[in-house]
Design a protein around this ligand. Structure first.
Ligand code: C2E
Ligand code: CA
Ligand code: CA
Ligand code: CA
Length: 279
């Protein structure tokens, strides 16, 4: 038993060592990724359920690593945060989003919004409001064309500072969405204190909504509550017509998911729109 225990211990520490090595390697690669233009933004359409028209897009970061290929954000965003790289990369994402919005407006898409995910340290960065203000002037865009997506877990930290910054950005005209709604630990009271425009129901509830009564009840009661508060509600991860019909029947405003489109590279967005979404 002793020898076995020893082996187990050795096995786990080898695994932990490999994991640590890999994280270090990722961190080192990510340090150069921005300068080496390995990042890209992809945009995923959001569709208004009453008219089936395009409401806007969510911007999703992609890392094309020369050695690893396309690495999903869930595997590198936490490392960017840990390595204090999320602020510069986040600023780059924001500027690319402004560029995409400018191109969309030139192509005639006037009334759409682009949603940008913000991490906690980005929102806490003192330079954020002035950076956004500079970009608005440089690209001749309205703040109301942009929605900033914050997660519930982010809202649990530094709550007073967060509320102050949100009100400052709201006064500039930016919209706010609460992302992954229903998965965090925070209380609903932030909906009263924070200038929130939109709630995004997490895709885990959408995936289960037609098979699982609890998921269905959570979705329909969340939609009812959110609408009662006068906010817009987005369902993410919509993959089937059946989910879409049910969401529409329960007055969900907006849907996003593979049913309509996967996220599309910014460089291909206009061609993609012409081929798929134009009426
Ligand atoms: P999120 O903000 O909840 O983004 C939605 C995720 O769901 C995206 O994953 C999107 O590709 C995926 N998705 C959309 N529709 C469907 C569907 O119908 N089915 C399925 N199975 N998935 C769908 P992605 O692109 O892998 O991003 C993962 C997470 O990484 C995001 O979750 C977000 O938290 C984070 N992230 C992505 N880009 C950024 C960024 O620029 N900044 C920050 N701070 N976080 C980001
Ligand atoms: Ca999001
Ligand atoms: Ca989400
Ligand atoms: Ca998520």
């Amino acid at each position: 038993a002793k020898a076995r225990g020893g082996n187990c211990l050795h096995f786990y520490s080898q695994q932990m060592f490999d994991h640590f090595q890999n994280r270090l390697a990722l961190e080192n690669e990510l340090k150069h990724a921005l300068a080496q233009q390995q990042f890209a933004i992809h945009l995923q359409p959001k569709i208004m359920l009453d008219t089936q028209r395009l409401q806007g897009f969510e911007v999703l970061l992609r890392w094309q690593s020369p050695s690893r290929g396309m690495v999903p954000p869930d595997e590198f965003i936490s490392i960017l945060e840990y390595a204090r790289l999320m602020i510069p990369v986040g600023y780059w994402v924001i500027e690319q989003s402004f560029l995409a919005m400018q191109q969309l407006q030139h192509a005639g898409y006037a009334d759409i919004t682009i949603a940008i995910n913000l991490s906690a340290e980005q929102l806490m960065d003192k330079g954020l409001p002035s950076y956004l203000d500079t970009l608005l002037q440089q690209y001749h865009l309205q703040a109301s064309n942009f929605e900033l997506e914050l997660t519930e877990s982010l809202l649990a930290q530094n709550i007073q500072d967060t509320i102050t910054t949100m009100h400052q950005l709201k006064a500039m005209g930016f919209l706010f969405a609460i992302d992954d709604f229903g998965t965090g630990y925070s209380s609903l009271s932030y909906l009263r204190q924070m200038p929130v425009d939109t709630i995004k129901i997490d895709k885990s509830f959408v995936f289960g909504m037609l098979d699982n009564q609890a998921d269905f009840d959570i979705i329909t009661s969340t939609i009812a509550m959110v609408k009662k508060l006068g906010l817009a509600v987005v369902a993410e991860g919509v993959e089937t017509q059946a989910q879409c019909r049910m969401l529409k029947a329960h007055q969900c405003d907006i849907a996003q998911g593979y049913l309509f489109s996967k996220p599309v590279a910014a460089s291909q967005l206009l061609a993609h729109l012409q081929a798929n979404l134009d009426e």
